[in-house]
Write a protein that binds this ligand. Structure first.
Ligand SMILES: [Zn+2]
Length: 128
């Protein structure tokens, strides 16, 4: 029971679906959903609805807290690298080809699967 996560949606308990109705026979209430995993909002919400409810209540404060964008970002050669993969579907060689592609210059650089999976691995030298 303690391994279950609660949906972080601020109004989750107000959606009167059968699966939210919990409790003993004469004392049932609609409750926040509890599951081992959720699909929305990095695993924090049971539905897009609940994710939107949370954002409507807290989104502006969250953006202000973590840093509101005050200038437009610019895509340049220095930050235009993004990870991609191609399915190499040969009959005996069924692996992916992983690479970086620069969206400005179209240059491609092959990388390993480990580099592809490493979220911190980048060729970008600036965040702008
Ligand atoms: Zn929910």
């Amino acid at each position: 029971m303690s391994n279950l996560k609660l949906c972080q949606g601020t109004d989750c308990h107000t959606y009167t679906t059968k699966d939210r109705l919990k409790g003993s026979k004469d004392n049932k209430t609609y409750q926040t959903r509890r599951r081992s995993s959720f699909y929305y909002g990095n695993g924090n919400f049971c539905s897009l609805n609940c994710q939107n409810d949370w954002f409507n209540d807290f989104g502006t404060r969250a953006i202000n807290h973590f840093g509101r964008l005050t200038e437009p970002k610019h895509l340049t050669e220095d930050n235009a690298w993004s990870k991609r993969y191609d399915w190499r579907g040969g009959s005996d060689d069924r692996t992916h080809l992983y690479y970086f592609i620069n969206q400005i210059t179209d240059e491609r650089r092959t990388i390993t699967e480990e580099q592809y999976d490493d979220r911190n691995y980048t060729l970008n030298t600036s965040g702008q």
